[in-house]
Design a binder for this molecule. Structure first.
Ligand code: MSP
Length: 545
């Protein structure tokens, strides 16, 4: 069964519960949220999934160190992830935890099926194991990394054991054919090339279980039909994307359109998971999108540096501006804006820097959309008593060739933004919507309605200009609402327009919503509070109270 064009399923990785949420996890989840909100706004029946990956051995260790059971530890951190995503206004339709029965029972069913087809079999394994990442590395990768973990730098260990294997090697040709035939299956291109390069050196079968050892704590799913093995945590985790929607009412969402991940977990998503799906007879996801990493103030975020941008700091950024005396804050929408427009969507890492945050906030939001909207609304209040004026004949400036015919600019950039979104270019879509705002500013500067208003007999022109500006800003606010649902809702409300619903949808069909002329003359328009007060970069970076 293929996914009908009107459904849209987007996922994030499910995050390890032995760590706490930080800006990296938030980045991926906010990207998925913006996509989900945009798709809902355009009328797609959307399902957005995130969650937590709980069966790692590290969870048992962390729980022991903290004198709680593994499940208590998992509960605690799963709550933290949920708190983080709620703080960032994420609209996930479900939150899957791999310790839930609805997941584990299906994992068992998938594995039984793969055992019955011979895709999973019992064999012997000896190889280089990275205990810090709980994964085996191929001889090549281990050698290149100097027999240290490429991620943590800790020593690899040689492990030998009886194991269940997945017959990955049997799917090499089909997988390559699929990647060749579907250029968008792995994105961006650098990541696709990376996978193709690794496929050239051939595929070996991969272990999918770990032996139950002395002192086993009962953590993890037992291998069906063999209590001496547990399902390897990665195999368990990957199944979440399918298990969560593998119900009669949700199966319409499969296959996912986009698995949003970062480059660290590309191989699992672009090779092992698709091969498992082939073996299960399921359709493959449309796109595995692997972005790069956020670093912080020019340095990699790591445990040893202790420089993760953590949840308390994120919450301090997300507090409404001015809510704490003498402390800088920006609000949730501004934080989302920075992540999505400045984040590492492509093949290069991106810096989360406070100075850059202030600069982007002031340029794009305070002096950008915030200023444009207060200028236009103020003039409508001042010259037209807060009633949206009636547009008359277009001005000469609009008719000219400088690109200020807003009735063309807004629909044009709406289409551009929509195309970018359908191709997962979120920052480009944001830029397209911002372009409408820039044209509004340029148009005001060219036509100077505030000067015309002082001249005899020119109020008709002033009304036309302000109508065009307000209407363009309304459309820009709609397009920007998936990025900044709160503030763009506030902006729409100043023009007596409906806000997006809690999950980002509007009652009006998208084409109608963004059609030029939606704003009716006579509609009440108010100044509203400043949407984005200017930030003072001299104040210290937001920090927890
Ligand atoms: N549990 C596995 C994923 C299983 S999915 C079936 C896992 N979890 S994780 O907690 O380590 O999350 C990794 C993901 O978090 C990355 O792929 C990325 O989405 C996000 N990020 C973690 N650090 C990041 C940055 N520094 N920058 C951007 N995103 C990062 O791997």
């Amino acid at each position: 069964m293929t996914n009908p064009a009107d459904t849209f399923y987007v996922t994030t990785p499910i995050y390890y519960v032995n760590d706490r949420p930080h800006v990296g996890h938030c980045y991926t989840t906010v990207l998925a949220d913006v996509l989900a909100r945009f798709m809902r706004m355009t009328g797609r029946d959307t399902f957005f999934l995130t969650g937590t990956d709980e069966h790692a051995e590290k969870v048992v260790e962390s729980a022991e160190q903290n004198n709680v059971t593994p499940l208590e530890w998992a509960d605690r951190n799963a709550d933290e992830f949920q708190r983080a995503f709620a703080a960032l206004a994420c609209t996930n339709d479900d939150f899957i935890r791999t310790t839930q029965d609805r997941h584990t029972s299906r994992v068992i069913a998938y594995i039984e099926k793969l055992q019955s087809t011979g895709d999973i079999y019992l064999g012997d394994y000896e190889g280089w194991y990275d205990p810090s990442q709980e994964e085996y590395l191929t001889e090549n990768v281990a050698r290149e990394a100097g027999y240290k973990s490429p991620v943590t730098g800790r020593d690899l260990v040689k492990r030998s054991e009886k194991n269940y294997f997945f017959k990955l090697s049997a799917y090499a040709d089909r997988l390559r054919a699929h990647i060749d035939a579907n250029p968008d299956f792995i994105r961006p291109d650098a990541r696709r090339n990376e996978v193709l390069g690794r496929l050239d050196s051939g595929l070996q079968d991969v272990p999918v279980s770990r032996a139950v050892r002395e002192g086993d704590t009962g953590w993890g799913i037992l291998m069906p039909g063999d209590d001496s093995h547990r399902v390897y945590v990665w195999i368990d985790a990957l199944c979440n994307y399918l298990s969560t929607v593998d119900t009669p009412d949700r199966k319409v969402y499969w296959p996912a359109q986009v698995h949003m991940i970062a480059k660290d977990i590309l191989w699992f998503h672009a090779v092992i998971w698709p091969a498992m799906l082939m073996a299960l007879g399921e359709d493959l996801p449309g796109c595995v999108y692997a972005h790069s990493f956020f670093i912080r103030e020019g340095r990699k975020m790591s445990k040893s540096l202790g420089n993760f941008l953590d949840l308390p700091t994120i919450e301090a950024y997300c507090a409404e501006p001015g809510s704490r005396e003498g402390v800088q804050s920006f609000g949730t929408d501004a934080f989302r804006w920075y992540l999505v427009t400045q984040g590492p969507l492509d093949a290069t890492d991106a810096d989360f820097s406070y100075a850059k945050f202030v600069e982007v906030y002031n340029a794009d939001l305070a002096n950008g959309i915030g200023n444009a909207s207060s200028r236009v609304n103020n003039m409508i209040e001042k010259y037209f008593d807060g009633a949206c004026p009636e547009p008359g004949e277009q001005t000469e400036v609009a008719k000219g060739d400088k690109g200020y015919d807003l009735s063309k600019v807004a629909p044009n950039y709406t289409r551009i933004a929509q195309t970018h979104m359908s191709e997962t270019r979120l920052a480009a879509a944001a830029t397209a919507a911002r372009e409408i705002v820039k044209r509004v500013d340029g148009y005001i500067n060219e036509t100077k309605p505030f000067t015309l208003a002082k001249q005899e007999g020119r109020m008709g022109e002033v009304g036309t200009i302000l109508y065009e500006c307000a209407e363009a800003l309304r459309i820009a606010a709609v397009l920007l609402s998936p990025f900044m649902p709160g503030k763009m809702g506030d902006l729409l409300a100043t023009m007596s327009q409906p806000r997006p619903s809690a999950n980002g949808s509007f009652d009006t069909p998208f084409d109608e919503l963004t059609a030029w002329g939606g704003l009716k003359p006579g509609t009440k328009i108010v100044k509203g509070d400043g949407l984005f007060p200017r930030a003072d970069g001299k104040l210290p970076e937001p920090a927890p109270a």
